[in-house]
Design a protein around this ligand. Sequence first.
Ligand SMILES: Cc1ncc(COP(=O)(O)O)c(C=O)c1O
Length: 469
Amino acid sequence: MRWDPNREGRDVIMASDGDKNRTVGNAPVGSARQERRGFDSRAMRAAFPALHREVHPGKPLVYLDSAATAPKPQAVLDAVRRYDAEFPANVHRGIHTLAEEATEAYEAARATVAAWLGSTDPLGDASRVVFVKNATEALNLVALGWAGSRLEKGDEVVLTVAEHHANLVPWRMLAERRGVTLRYADLDAEGRLTFEAVEAVVSERTLVLAVTGLSNILGTSLPVDRLVALGRSVGAAVVVDLAQAAGRLPAPVNGGWLEADFLAFSGHKLGGPTGVGVLVGRPERLEETEPILGGGGMIARVDLDAVTWTEPPHKFEAGTPPIAQAIGLAAAIDFLDQFDRVAIAAHEQRLAQRAARELAALDGVRLVGAGADRVERHGIVSFVCDAVHPHDLAQWADADGVAIRAGHHCGQPLHRRLGLTASARASFGPYNDDADVDCLIATVRSALARFGRHRATVAVGSHRIGTPR
Ligand SMILES: Cc1ncc(COP(=O)(O)O)c(C=O)c1O
């Protein structure tokens, strides 16, 4: 019996090879996870300390920036504190008790991630889960470590115009270095990102299909299962940027996402700590991938004139890994997993849909991408006000306690495609409710009244796609 860092005052048998009666974190492995509670956003909100602060005197926080990073539930703060306070040891190095406890908690976190992604065999799939710094590093590892030694001049990588820079710049770098051609799936005439548009640019020359599972700007998703089938049909590897989708879409229960060759996401967008991200790869792809960092922990043997790598996932985890962060990520997943994910996704979708409708109805406000009722929005709505620069709007909203994002959201090509330089973005989490939408609309409305109807300096003139009404 070993101590579980995720639970105060309880002994839980931790996952380790050979255990018959195994658990991951607090949840049984390989069978139904723990009993899911019904979903109540107010009760959920109570678990997030940062959501209870005032940002200015008399202005309680209305947090609408979860797509940038999510607040952390108390369970995550506790798990990280417990690691630091009680077994702050390195992993896969020591043989003393603290080192073993740390190693077990860190390895259990892998299986928690696999289970979260819908694996039917989380312990078996744990070796496919690589802990890195963030989604950006995970995508760089694929582009440099896997594609970097395989793709050649004339080979094609298919992306979309809506990729986050994290899933565009590494491929651009590869294009510069190896003469690889990048092809981009475009938005349709209404400003929607569709599977059909991706299909239209895939060909026999496509070796990699690297696309977002859910756009951090448009808020719309692409179906991972169909992308995988499309990639297979032409022999291309399918890389899915799950940075937004991992927390916003319920994973298929049968592990359908795990059919992709590579998946990437960040812990902090799920309510885990910053500093940990995840790359999940099919076993054969991870075997083929070269490490991009060398050092301790990733080797089988080192001689002065030769090095042999160890097996995945450790092959990619040179140096001391993000131990506290991975344990915190598992605690975030265990926390979220208590609730019905389908209900959470529907809740976030409803709030974003309502916000989109009400924003679009305001004179001088336009949505980025397709109009209010033309797409399913997974918790994210981006918009521009003709008379108010997004930065001015975000500052105005902040004075009201409303935290929204302003800028290009690491999606400069998409903004340019739409004739924009920047936009405002509101993104919702399970802890938001209708009162938060009311606050958003009220602050935008008052900004419009304050800044008047004259055009701001932001270039919105050529923006024609997705005019909401
Ligand atoms: C769709 C998408 N991909 C990748 C990333 C990169 O995540 P990180 O900055 O945690 O590496 C983000 C972050 O906003 C994102 O929204």
